[in-house]
Design a binder for this molecule. Structure first.
Ligand code: HEM
Length: 288
């Protein structure tokens, strides 16, 4: 640092000496030329010095940060446990290879039964590598059913029988469509006309479809933003294979879990209070 300071002042001193020893007062043009020279010399010197200083400062900061991380993590990590994706060999390899395009039958090979292959699962057509969690997705794991296939439907319904392990989500919105119940039929329901009930059904269907999309999104972002898992490609249509078969109804558990209309009315009334959103009202003005 002390050397930098002396370098900074040196050129100015030299230029002063020159002008005084010559004894002549400089003409305006030669003075400005001299000044230009001096300024350019100064800025060159300053740029060189500040770069050195910058490097020194950064090196010191890096050393302090590395040591602090090493100390705070008891020698486990030099980067406070932060590991960017490109430092992970499997992720780097997948990135270099580019996106994988697998048909559903090719995807089944990656269900964890072959120890030489990675474990993949697909969600909404996107394939993720979940090899780091064989205890969860490998054979015997609690969520092995998701490995080697696109089981988006089961992610939403929680129905894990084979027929439900598919990508198709058609009909899943039923989960969120309320079950008619006596309490409601004899209460608020009585006050609605047939037309109003029809509008209500349409609203509920739209809302239910929105919830299915939101649930799929939630799981997709769980895998996409995970520290452990990463995206490897997409499932492509297999033109040679047979169709998946008829779309199943909801399993018993999901059917039982459907909300009752009277419950939903209460929730809606609560949500409508002060949310500023318009609430559908029957003739007598009560919110539905
Ligand atoms: C729609 C229903 C459900 C779905 C789709 C689902 C899905 C999943 C998935 C994919 C994981 C693994 C997450 C990871 O990779 O880190 C997981 C973990 C877990 N789930 Fe569920 N789950 C459901 C319901 C439940 C329920 C009802 C329970 C408890 C009664 C439960 C208990 C657990 C536990 C304890 C773990 C962490 C342990 C493990 O990885 O095995 N899940 N769940």
């Amino acid at each position: 640092m002390s050397r930098s300071k002396s370098n900074l002042t040196f050129p100015r001193q030299r230029s002063t000496t020159k002008s005084t020893t010559s004894g002549n007062s400089p003409t305006p043009s030669s003075a400005s030329a001299n000044q230009d020279k001096t300024t350019s010399k100064e800025s060159k010197t300053r740029a060189g010095i500040s770069l050195t200083d910058l490097v020194r400062t950064l090196t010191t900061l890096l050393a302090v940060s590395l040591s602090l991380s090493y100390y705070l993590t008891s020698g486990d990590s030099l980067t406070f446990h932060y590991r960017p994706w490109f430092t992970k060999p499997t992720q780097l390899k997948a990135w270099i290879r580019g996106p994988l395009l697998l048909t559903p039958s090719e995807l089944t090979l990656y269900n964890g039964t072959d120890p030489l292959l990675p474990i993949y699962l697909a969600l909404n057509g996107t394939i993720y590598d979940v090899s780091v969690a064989p205890q969860t997705y490998g054979p015997g794991g609690s969520y092995h059913v998701f490995a080697g296939r696109d089981a988006t439907r089961a992610f939403v319904t929680g129905c894990f029988d084979l027929q439900h392990l598919r990508g198709e989500v058609k009909g899943v919105e039923r989960m969120y469509i309320p079950v008619e119940d006596l309490e409601e039929e004899e209460g608020e329901g009585q006050q609605l006309t047939r037309g109003q009930k029809k509008v209500r059904r349409e609203q509920e269907l739209r809302e239910a479809r929105r919830k299915v999309r939101a649930e799929v999104e939630r799981w997709s972002s769980f895998y996409a933003n995970s520290e452990k898992y990463f995206k490897v490609g997409r499932v492509v249509v297999d033109t040679n294979s047979k169709a998946e078969g008829e779309v199943p109804n909801l399993c018993e558990a999901a059917e039982k879990a459907r909300p009752k209309r009277s419950q939903l009315n209460k929730q809606r009334a609560e949500a409508g209070k002060g949310s500023g959103k318009p609430v559908f009202k029957p003739k007598n003005g009560k919110p539905v």
